[in-house]
Design a protein around this ligand. Sequence first.
Ligand code: HEM
Length: 400
Amino acid sequence: MIAPDEIKVTPPDTMPRTDADPFTRDWIAALPESDASLARLGDAVWLDKYDSIAVMRHEPVRKILPDWRQFTSTAKPFYDPFTLVPPILVVQDPPDHTIARDALMRFLSPAALAPYRAAFAADAERIVDAALAKGTVDAVTDIAAAFVLKVFPDMLGMPQEGRALILDFGDAAFNTVGPRNAIFEASMVRAGPAFEWVDHHTRRDTVTPGSLAARILGLSDEGIVTEEEAEFLIRATLAAGFDTTVLGIANIIGGLVRFPENWPLMRENPALVKNAVNEMLRYDVPARMQGRTALVDIEVEGIKFRRGDQISLLLTAAGRDERRWADPERFDVTRTGANVGFGGGIHICMGQVLARMESEVILEALVRKVAAIEPAGEGERFINNAAVGWKHLPVRLVAA
Ligand code: HEM
């Protein structure tokens, strides 16, 4: 743990400084390249406007992410414990973190999720058929959101009505990962109805009996977590699990449209679908950054941190690090090698099996049924402090 008065607010003399603001609309619209451009200043840089450090290189990001003994998650840049982000998991260290994680992980393991795959595949077929019937579609609303908002709330046992509000909830939650700027404020206003919906539909008397949400709440009957913590676990799932996956699926399609040489390879060898998901996690990662605070004076890959330094690990920039990746600006489904798009160590994304399954299933349906995916106009990037990708991405689908 670290006391608030121990947080460093003065720049160190060991790294470059910048007065750039990485949370303006223009900067965010140019992600991930804009974040990656900070690496021209140094491997890490002090952000004057936010009294914190941004780390841009793959190797130090990879090393710091799992190192909870020296880099805590209980304090991080911009984090305010009184916001709507459920105060569980991402803002905990062991032992509290371990209890919450083990409890929720029961429902998100490969074995727990395997039975849902067939239903996901049937929904994917229907959604791809409907998109093909239209011909020109928005890859975000007509494919990615249509799919994720069908399969995941069905799995949780959430009602049909109002489920799209979960995306506004996630949008607001991801904005709290950054500064309290106009983007944050606007999303909080927009998410008013979403807060009410989420609050209402995560309680014992409203969740569908026997559903996944009901089983998560049941953890409190076994005394594993409290009733309040069980509600937080459902809300954490809603906050972390929707926008990310919608963005992720659309970001894959964005990469495929921009680099069309990949699609024939995937049609020829559908096993490359898995690689396409990995490549998205490097090339256009939906989770922009993870925060940590240094608990000790420590040097990592030549970067000197002081106890109390608040650090943003930029997954966006790490994915474009030319020291780690050959030709990093190219989306290439034949690329191999581990990236940090799902984080690493004890906080590694708990929904990664689910996110991969959703992404793979919808891509598999596309690969089977679509001969070509072409751009059909200018896309529009999603403006959020910490969630990265497309808000709209018009594409034309050619039937196979
Ligand atoms: C492409 C989609 C996704 C991406 C890119 C992503 C990314 C991440 C990353 C980078 C972390 C690490 C946080 C840290 O180190 O502090 C994380 C944690 C987490 N993710 Fe995901 N995520 C995705 C989908 C999901 C889904 C579908 C769920 C829902 C089941 C989910 C639930 C969580 C939870 C609960 C945590 C906290 C884990 C912990 O602190 O132990 N994520 N995610």
